[in-house]
Design a protein around this ligand. Structure first.
Ligand SMILES: [Zn+2]
Ligand SMILES: [Zn+2]
Length: 302
């Protein structure tokens, strides 16, 4: 609603749109998104609450909003040929069961984590005001978060495959040997916390070291990370999938094999850790490993 509309419909000054009008009056240099943003924080009068509500609602909308298209694709036979394990299309009942545990974990484990992020980051000098940071700043910080998260994910996920930890914690996530979008966060609460640390800690670290982080960057990062995780679990490999253009991008093809074979391909976003540490999964990787071993043996014989 703008000021013309608000002159037709009375907006009390302490309402959200009242704040928006007030901010718009004195800050003509701000764009509409910056005004909407500033009005939200002014309206809430409590930054921790404002961030907590906004990020949790955003997380839910993106998580389910991104998973629903995959559920629809599952029901369209044309896309069957792109399903990596095409004999295993999840039923709606299975997906509903999965959604229930995911929702429970969102409200019990993720909500407190999301809530705690703001005071922690603010302690290290995180920005919440307007104007927003430059696009380039946002982009390079998110690139750093991706690299750090992937590293954390590789090592902690690999550790979760160690017998006792696998049995007690990670087995739940592996209930689906053919994953689907909604299953991205289907996991034990401990796993959600351990792997979630990889998403939350890099921004806090960057903020602590550089003193430069805007919470908008954090929001965009969470959206990117959710897209990455859900798409990696989608179970679909298309000719236009990102890893065909960025060969180091992991994508669904990489993570699907992990679910199918329970071993190897531990990274989340990139392929380099599995490549460097020889933990790539699948028949092609096994073939390469065998060839390397044979070449080594042949050298020994010489
Ligand atoms: Zn695993
Ligand atoms: Zn998975």
């Amino acid at each position: 609603m703008n000021s013309t509309a608000s002159s037709l419909f009375y907006t009390p000054p302490d309402s959200y749109w009242g704040q928006f009008d007030e901010i718009s009056k004195y800050n003509v240099h701000l764009n509409v998104f910056e005004r909407l943003w500033a009005a939200w924080y002014a309206f809430m009068q409590n930054d921790v609450l404002a961030t907590g509500i906004l990020s949790f609602v955003m997380h839910e909308l993106v998580y389910f909003g991104r998973s629903i298209p995959w559920m629809i694709i599952d029901r369209i036979s044309y896309f069957n040929k792109y399903k990596i394990q095409n004999q295993k299309i999840p039923t709606l009942r299975e997906q509903w069961k999965c959604a229930q545990l995911v929702l429970l974990s969102h409200f019990t484990v993720e909500l407190p984590q999301i809530w705690l992020f703001h005071p922690m980051a603010q302690y290290f000098g995180m920005e919440t005001g307007v104007p927003f940071p430059k696009f380039l700043t946002i982009a390079y910080q998110i690139a750093v978060f991706f690299v750090l998260e992937d590293t954390w994910h590789y090592w902690s996920h690999r550790a979760l495959h160690w017998g006792p930890l696998y049995k007690r914690i990670h087995k739940i996530h592996h209930q689906y040997s053919a994953p689907f979008g909604l299953a991205a966060e289907y996991a034990s609460p401990i796993e959600v916390m351990v792997l979630g640390f990889g998403t939350i800690a890099p921004p806090i670290l960057v903020c602590a070291v550089t003193g430069n982080l805007h919470i908008l960057t954090m929001y965009i990062w969470i959206v990117c990370r959710l897209f990455q995780a859900i798409d990696a679990h989608s179970g679909y490999e298309f000719p236009w999938s990102l890893h065909h253009f960025l060969p180091f991008w992991a994508g669904a093809e990489h993570h699907d094999v992990h679910h199918e074979r329970f071993i190897g391909n531990y990274s989340s976003s990139f392929r380099w850790w599995d490549y460097l540490l020889d933990t790539e999964s699948g028949p092609e990787a096994a073939k390469k490993r065998r060839e390397r071993r044979l070449a080594k043996d042949a050298k020994k014989v010489q």
